[in-house]
Design a protein around this ligand. Sequence first.
Ligand code: SF4
Length: 158
Amino acid sequence: MATGLAVTDVAESDIFRGTNTSAESGWAINGACHPSLNLTINARGDVFPCCAGVDQTDGLALWNIKTTPLEHIVKAMNGSKLYRELVFRGVSSFAPLLLAAGIPLREQYTGICEFCYDIFSRPEAAKVVLDRFDNEAKEVIEALLKSLSSSERSMVQA
Ligand code: SF4
């Protein structure tokens, strides 16, 4: 699969893309990676859920061991809705969001990891995904704040 240097250094004709389907034919890069994840720290100290491609991107470099203890990072990853969507529902669940935002996607990918690398190595594509989950988190917090009494709310906001 073309991730990292293979994107620029390997001829397209040398990459076997199998039978994965395209966005036009209904987007069927199916599968989720949760059974095969390995917590990965890259050379810069950025922490990722796997070593299968996304660890070479800036787009999902959300935490770094130089600034945050690893145990806090692992807790944050476990609680992250974005990560849960990515590893349990599968990265292809982001495809409709990206296409609706006008982000061009390849006709074919070798599989979910190449697709994942492609999204998170392109800042404009990563931003669409990150913004969606950031906004969702803000909406949940706002809804929770609305449900509190005014004294509870001022305690939380303080
Ligand atoms: S889909 Fe993404 S997060 Fe999952 S194993 Fe592949 S590169 Fe890693």
